[in-house]
Design a protein around this ligand. Structure first.
Ligand SMILES: NC(=O)c1ccc[n+]([C@@H]2O[C@H](COP(=O)([O-])OP(=O)(O)OC[C@H]3O[C@@H](n4cnc5c(N)ncnc54)[C@H](O)[C@@H]3O)[C@@H](O)[C@H]2O)c1
Ligand SMILES: Nc1nc(=O)c(N)c(NC[C@H](O)[C@H](O)[C@H](O)COP(=O)(O)O)[nH]1
Length: 230
């Protein structure tokens, strides 16, 4: 099935953590990187996060630069890319910032196991896609997004969704800012959590595309070698 070109962007510490052991967001990158991320959002059709990130950080996922929002409008697009939350059990609060802030489309992807009253309530705030039985079926979801005209999808975490999307062969490119700090803590989320591998042969292979110094860290861009076809 056809799916969008999909890339993950994240910021991690030098030891691979993306937040603290209390799952609280920390400033890892600086102004230049935040501006880079804003441009990535502005040039995407949709920005996606997992429900864990919404519950931890309550992000708005909007384009911050007014100039970039205007550019999108002049190209016939909405000010913000579609904002997508992957949320099997429909746990997202109706008061989440993703609903409150900015104009543009919102999509919540749930599974059949989500309570129907909450799904109904969500329909007033977002387009709801149902994919999968217990958990969201990510390949089905990706096909549905493509059908809705999403050709370029940016995934902004968190740890569990990053792993699940990549393992499912749904990710084409990965960019990660590596910052000049150590966070530590064996329970702190890493760039990719999920189940992980037990043998080298199960690893997801990457090709290094770009490596650039930025602020006090470095941005690495990787191509996923064995990702499925678009
Ligand atoms: N530094 C950064 O760039 C960055 C970016 C985003 C999030 N974060 C951090 O990441 C943490 C949140 O990550 P997380 O791993 O707890 O949550 P997550 O955002 O990855 O969401 C995971 C949830 O998605 C849902 N889900 C639905 N279908 C799924 C499927 N098929 N496979 C897997 N998950 C599925 C599940 O409910 C799962 O618990 C927070 O601490 C946040 O601060 C950091
Ligand atoms: N580029 C970047 N550098 C960081 O140091 C850091 N902690 C994040 N973290 C991403 C983050 O987890 C947020 O979810 C969104 O950046 C918030 O999005 P909004 O500003 O609410 O639109 N991202």
């Amino acid at each position: 099935m056809e799916r969008p070109f999909t890339f993950i962007n994240s910021a991690m510490s030098a030891d691979g953590k993306i937040s603290t052991k209390k799952r609280k967001q920390v400033k890892i990158s600086g102004k230049t990187d935040f501006d880079r991320v804003d441009e990535l959002r502005a040039s995407s059709d949709a920005v996606m996060v997992g429900i864990g990130t919404v519950l931890a950080d309550d992000p708005s996922l909007t384009v911050k630069s007014e100039e970039r929002r205007r550019r999108r409008v002049s190209e016939g697009k909405e000010e913000n890319p579609a904002r997508i939350v992957v949320d099997s059990k429909a746990r997202i609060p109706l008061t989440a910032d993703v609903f409150k802030k900015g104009v543009g489309k919102r999509i919540v992807v749930v599974s059949k196991s989500a309570p129907s009253d909450k799904v109904e309530a969500l329909k007033a705030k977002a387009d709801v896609i149902v994919a999968g039985g217990e958990e969201v079926d990510l390949p089905v979801m990706s096909g549905e997004l493509k059908k809705r005209g999403i050709d370029r999808l940016m995934v902004e975490g968190g740890a569990t969704l990053n792993w699940a999307m990549t393992r499912a062969g749904l990710v084409d490119e990965i960019s990660v800012f590596v910052g000049n700090l150590i966070i530590g803590g064996k329970t702190a989320p890493t760039f990719m959590d999920g189940e992980g591998i037990s043998e080298r042969s199960e690893a997801i292979e990457l090709d290094l595309e770009k490596c650039e110094r930025m602020d006090e860290g470095v941005v690495l861009t990787w191509r996923v070698r064995s990702s499925g076809s678009k």
